[in-house]
Design a protein around this ligand. Structure first.
Ligand SMILES: [Zn+2]
Length: 235
């Protein structure tokens, strides 16, 4: 059962609290969902509302250190500079009835109504990111004897890439905001899964054959990856 329980105020912002009861769970757990920008609480079915409230109250210190402050969020709007595939791009908005996005060197011109700027940039990033990952796959896949059946761009909350049993690879568009060698590593990681599903020694050897420095990039994702989730709305 899932219910919207109440809301909790953190940094002058109200976050909905969603309670998910589960027959198997014995303890109450809480986490911040970057995806819905909400507080997710899971626990047994028998827990009372007041019990949950006390639990949330006790977790306030934790929430204050784990929920990003609203002013830490970054939106794609005119004048903003954002990292894109290893280069900084500056957004320039031009009011217009028809919508289009055009990259000219380090400038990203966005034509269209003001309220559409962020959506247009997100769309543009997704298209560019797909082409970028497709190129890596078609260039480096043959080196280890694999070809993905499809390359998809998504916005998952907890993973950067994934590989389906049918051989399709999915990547987070947010990787376009990471250093290029980091997104390259994620591409190599997923490509290697087409040959070896588990994270065993054969798998890591395969990864290292295309990306010898992969441990450095894993470290970057562990330390800096959360910052990529501060950009834009969830797509
Ligand atoms: Zn993996």
């Amino acid at each position: 059962m899932v219910e919207i329980f109440s809301s909790v105020r953190i940094y002058d912002q109200d976050f909905p609290v969603i309670y998910k009861s589960c027959a198997k769970s014995r303890v109450i757990r809480l986490r911040y969902s970057r995806c819905g920008r909400e507080i997710l609480v899971t626990g047994p079915q028998s827990v009372s509302g007041s019990h949950i409230k006390v639990f949330i109250q006790k977790s306030m210190t934790w929430l204050h250190t784990h929920v990003p402050q609203p002013n830490h969020y970054k939106s794609f709007s005119s004048g903003v500079i954002f990292p894109f595939l290893g280069h900084d791009l500056t957004i320039r908005h031009h009011a217009s009835r028809s919508s289009s996005v055009l990259k000219d060197g380090s400038l990203l011109h966005v034509m269209g109504p003001l309220e559409k700027v962020e959506a247009l940039i997100l769309q543009w990033i997704i298209v560019q990111t797909k082409t970028y990952f497709e190129k890596i796959c078609s260039f480096h896949g043959p080196a280890i004897g694999v070809t993905p059946t499809d390359v998809r761009i998504r916005d998952p909350e907890t993973r950067w890439g994934s590989c389906s049993s049918r051989g399709a690879l999915s990547f987070s568009w947010r990787l376009a905001l990471a250093p290029r060698e980091v997104s390259f590593y994620v591409a190599v990681h997923e490509l290697s899964h087409l040959k070896e599903m588990s994270h065993n020694r054969t798998f890591w050897k395969l990864v290292a054959s295309l990306c010898p420095d992969y441990q450095r990039h894993q470290k970057w994702l562990a330390q800096e990856g959360a910052s990529l989730h501060l950009w834009g709305r969830r797509s």
